[in-house]
Write a protein that binds this ligand. Structure first.
Ligand code: ZN
Length: 240
């Protein structure tokens, strides 16, 4: 009886310590179920036509997204960003790595060496989460480019501008994509792959690209985890 009690206590403690519900569909006792995980291993698709604010960029910025921010993908991103699911860091970083390896074919023709630059999270959000999520994605993307033979490294060329925050907290930023001012920091001229978690209007991404263009870098593409539902192309090899 004593051992059974100890075992029950251990199981209870493990259930408390470990997340057991799928972030995509709330299935109990599933860290991340097979069905909700599957879309993250699809090849990324071009998505810049979904984000109207990207149209201000000249030259246009090709953007790729792994999945669409709806259904289980929305739940997964929400749990990762706002639900404390730090166990998903490694999964989504790995998804970014695989996606970057696909995108590498399009970038390699234009540039031999690429800096992977995250759109930065606000310092308060990074502290609250206990992790620099855009930084994690950038490291994953750089690893994916290197897997495909492109010389790449993550580099923090952008930072949130100081001053009044115009967003409605982090949820506002990623759902409504409230404008976040960005400022480029100095560095040598290099091609840049921008990385962010989600894109809705493209306003944040456009600001980031413009800040880099005004500084010492040439944005050559953007890679996102997820794009808000809208018009996007999934045309096989045309995605490159
Ligand atoms: Zn699920």
């Amino acid at each position: 009886m004593r051992m059974a009690g100890v075992w029950r206590s251990a199981v209870g403690a493990a259930r408390l310590a470990l997340p057991v519900d799928c972030p995509g569909c709330d299935a109990p006792d599933e860290r991340w179920c097979e069905e909700c995980r599957a879309p993250w291993w699809e090849e990324p698709v071009r998505c810049e036509t979904s984000a109207a604010r990207l149209e201000v960029l000249d030259p246009p910025l090709p953007a790729w997204s792994i999945t669409v921010l709806e259904g289980s993908a929305h739940g997964t991103v929400s749990a990762w960003k706002d639900g404390g699911r730090r166990d998903l860091d490694r999964d989504l970083t790995a998804a970014m790595r695989r996606a970057a390896a696909v995108v590498a074919a399009a970038l390699a023709a234009a540039c031999g060496e690429v800096d992977v630059v995250p759109c930065p999270a606000r310092a308060a959000h990074t502290r609250r989460r206990g992790a620099d999520l855009p930084g994690l994605l950038a490291r994953g993307a750089a690893a994916g480019l290197r897997d495909a033979g492109v010389s790449a490294s993550p580099r923090s060329l952008l930072r949130p501008a100081r001053g009044r925050s115009r967003g409605a907290g982090d949820r506002g930023r990623w759902r409504g994509e409230a404008p976040v001012a960005l400022a480029a920091v100095r560095g040598p001229m290099r091609p840049v792959l921008l990385v962010d978690d989600v894109v809705t209007t493209g306003a944040t991404l456009a600001r980031a690209a413009q800040a880099l263009q005004a500084g010492p870098a040439v944005p050559v593409g953007a890679l996102l985890l997820a794009v808000a539902p809208g018009v996007h192309s999934r045309q096989g090899s045309a995605l490159l």
